[in-house]
Design a protein around this ligand. Structure first.
Ligand code: SF4
Length: 326
């Protein structure tokens, strides 16, 4: 879920810590927030405190080969082989510990106030979205519960190909990537390893529509010249999923994607906004458009207030937190 300016790294990079099959990396926004230099757009849209957010994945393998992905596909072998899966409690604990290790160096940093550092040592959010496809971890529903038991909110980002797993997952907010609105574009954009990936994605939209307690988001990485056409078809998919929110974000020309796409494939913010606005014409209930220009992202929502209710400053979630005074 990290923005491109968060500095995508491969697992072998020192900024990327892992423990067995669990990996974490601090995104650029977490570091910015520690220094008081701004928070990611998910603070503006949903209330996520960037300095208290873990970016992790329980599995670095993936069943797609998206053309816009900043990772090296060579490191994403899909075959799970005989992985010894850690139990979900161990993964949740490892995630918090990895985050503490990754941020420990900020403790002596003059630019970081002590109380902000102390808060960062007690994360309250997790973005399960760093790398790979998290639904390949067989205990994902239980892992989400483990985080919730630790009073940590969960944003899960999936490519939507594992419908049965997503049916069982109830994170705070469930993102499904829809990076194409027709079969041909899907095949050329995400290059799924399984033949039934497109059909599974459609089935997942129906699963999203059935979710009552989980906030749902359809998100698209817009790549100029590839998948940025037919906003009405994207709108139809959002409508089918009955998604609470729609997030459209520009492809960023970083990491290994530079070997697959030209710089010109990056839409500028006005193009992202315009595409989102056009989609909105086909989603009359989603008549609120929000945007963060620096992140080249725009969203559609039904209500002006898009924050996760428990993240409102006056909520019990923060009242119980001895480290924060709002
Ligand atoms: S949601 Fe968390 S991991 Fe994602 S960009 Fe924001 S602070 Fe970073």
């Amino acid at each position: 879920m990290s923005d491109a300016d968060g500095g995508p790294k491969q697992v072998s990079d020192p900024a990327y810590h892992s423990e067995n099959h669990t990996a974490a990396q601090t995104c650029g926004w977490t570091k910015n927030a520690l220094r008081g230099e701004g928070k990611c757009y998910k603070y503006i849209f949903y209330g996520i405190e960037s300095h208290r957010c873990i970016q992790m994945t329980p599995v670095v393998k993936c069943n797609e080969r998206c053309v816009f992905c900043w990772r090296d596909h060579a490191g994403h072998a899909y075959e799970l082989g005989d992985v010894e899966w850690d139990d979900p409690a161990a993964v949740a604990d490892a995630s918090v510990e990895l985050q503490r290790k990754l941020l420990s160096g900020f403790g002596g940093n003059d630019e970081v106030p002590r109380e902000v550092f102390d808060q960062a040592m007690e994360p309250r959010h997790v973005a399960i979205s760093l790398d790979g496809e998290p639904t390949l971890y067989p205990h994902l529903p239980e892992l989400i519960e483990e985080f919730h038991d630790r009073d940590i909110t969960t944003f899960l980002v999936s490519n939507g190909t594992n419908t049965e797993m997503l049916e069982r997952c109830d994170p705070t907010q469930l993102y499904v990537s829809v990076d194409a609105a027709d079969r041909g574009t899907f095949d050329s954009t995400v290059q799924a390893m399984d033949d039934d990936a497109w059909d599974s994605l459609i089935d997942t939209l129906d699963v999203l529509a059935e979710k009552d307690d989980t906030r749902t988001v359809i998100r698209t990485t817009l790549v100029k010249g590839h998948n940025m056409h037919h906003p009405e078809w994207y709108a139809a998919m959002c409508d089918r999923a009955d998604a609470d929110f729609v997030e459209m974000k520009a492809y960023m020309h970083v990491g290994h994607s530079r070997g697959r796409l030209d710089r010109d494939s990056m839409p500028d913010h006005s193009e992202v906004r315009e595409f989102t606005r056009e989609m909105g014409e086909y989603l009359p209930d989603h008549d609120v458009l929000k945007e963060v220009e620096d992140s080249r992202v725009a969203m559609l929502a039904e209500d002006e207030n898009t924050w996760v209710p428990k993240l409102e400053k006056s909520s019990e979630f923060w009242e119980q937190d001895s480290l924060v005074e709002y």
